[in-house]
Ligand binder design. Sequence first.
Ligand code: SF4
Length: 706
Amino acid sequence: MTPVTHPDGRLSQYPPAELWDDWVEYDGKQWPKKVARNYMLVPTVCFNCESACGLLAYVDKETLEVRKFEGNPAHPGSRGRNCAKGPATHNQVYDPDRILYPLKRVGARGEGQWERISWEQALEEIGAKMRASREKRRDGIMYHVGRPGEDGFTNRCISAWGVDGHNSHTNICSAGARAGYAFWGGFDRPSPDHANARLILLLSSHLETGHYFNPHAQRIIEAKTAGAKIVTFDPRLSNTASMSDVWLPSWPGSETSILLSIANHLIQNDRYDRKYVEDWVNWRETLQAVRDGKLDPGPGFDRGLLAGDAARDDFSTFDALLKSLYAEYTFERAAEESEVPVERIEETAELVANCDGRLATHVWRAASIGNLGGWQVARALFFLNVLTGSIGTKGGTSANSWNKFVPKPFVSPAAFEAWNDLQLPDEWPLAHYEMSFLLPHFLKENRGEIDVYFTRVYNPVWINPNGFTWMDALRDESKVKCHVALTPTWNETAFYADYILPMGLASERHDLMSQETHDGQWIAFRQPVRRVAMEKMGHPVQFTYEANPGEVWEENEWWIELSMRMDPDGSLGVKQWFESPYRKGETINVEEYYRWIFENSVPGLPEAAAKEDLTPLAYMRKYGAFEISHSNLAPYAKELAPESGDEVGPDRTVRRNGQAVGVAVDGTARVGFGTPSRKLEFFSETLHMWGWPERDYTIPWSLESH
Ligand code: SF4
């Protein structure tokens, strides 16, 4: 047995990887008889949330049945551990009510009558509809995804079809939080280094319902064991709240006021990281915004401080501005709005003030999406990271893109001119992700219709607001002309489909995933475990449905074959993107797709594989995961490689051919952030320009919630 050492010195045991192909253990159900079972242990990736934890499937070599799932110790994110939903994949695989064959509607839509069809029939019929749509327009095919569970394969297909067709569930989920982070730093979401934090500040109950549930939870508890404090904002006494040092049961919608009262405490008492803010925040642009009348500085600000030349603006003027702006955010006001005892808010503020640059924060759904103006919750929360200089530090909070690694495929279609108004209508120019929850309303208003509508692991009839409107829209065959539900299970939305296509679970499909679970970068490979076992035992498989239960397929192979049916002669320009990089003129297969990525796009993987005398693909098939870097802190502070013609303006932004490419800090050009100014944007010129000029929007501020 392989010992795995936890940080606290405990040992746990996993079968050693070199024995995974031939592992024997006693069958627990046969106790007290000693009946040996001979397994092949095949790594895969859980599909029951976005954490992408590693699983080890125990495939019985005699029957090829998966007898159980355990954790994969080779996975850097989950480190051999899972929540209950991981091993419960077994229940899903053997669910007696699961859909095992492609189904086509008979009778009227929504009548619940189905006939079994072949994959060939589904490919031919749906491919023909897609071709007919694409010949007419670029906005007739829509892929509406609930849980992606993969990084880029399907998006690449949609681009290859030449349509603006991606729709997501995000607008009823994390869009608010993402917007707050995007306006600050040009990134999508936070990646807290929980394990090394001094203070973990969570909005909503992350140990059990956060985005990266198991990988985060295990690191939060490690930090707590090492002495970190946990503060949780949650109206409910959740499991996380019960494990916290301070629980703030804030009235929903009041979170921003509490966060800004903490910010105010740091600002008024000069307990913020002045040097960090001076180096990385767009304070000069903010002062200019006051000078230009774009930002009301508040009654306490002496405008005479801005009388001189902008080039001579001093950081102390910005400090005075902060003190004026946030003076109204007192602890007493926060306590009154939130109905949280003022002492708990004060205690939290002291913990933040003493975090020593090791403040791990996270907000995802709940407060940021459940209330009007929730996006400002993320803005206000990250303000505390800015003020404490805990961005990209050990124990601080990074951007997701610094820890999530998405390798490039062999070739990608270029961007094209198309816009689907059913997804991003003009009325919401700063909509962060598609306005998907309004789709049935747009259809009812006759704003358009959809030729081929794919719902994928998505059940809007049940989970979106106003399910009855969804039912009306899906029943209307003039608006949704063909509805294809890709789903491993029955659901209320599939009931209104024309085709129900059974797609694989965690152990029945190929996907590549990475997530920002901690300070580090990794990829993990989801595999159809029976197929892998069969092939290792010498039984070749062409398509994954040959190895899965019934005729359950995997989406990647389905998309490849469907794209070829859509454009058999290549005249639409689709076919070219599905040509094998290894066999000229022939259709790529799923193994080749990932083989190319592993050989060419993952730093360090070919070398690690060569050390074990394996190909990169064989390495990933064996371990199911690869760690690309053990740590990737503060990449924004990396030096910018200079080029002739680079110019540094008085605002310290480094420009190349007129484009902002970096920021000068102490005379050295640094990469900076993904914002228009390359700095952390306290004042958002973007919001001002796009029609939200009020202070409530342009800087971290509390918006009155409904
Ligand atoms: S936390 Fe991990 S084991 Fe649990 S559902 Fe998510 S991916 Fe699966």
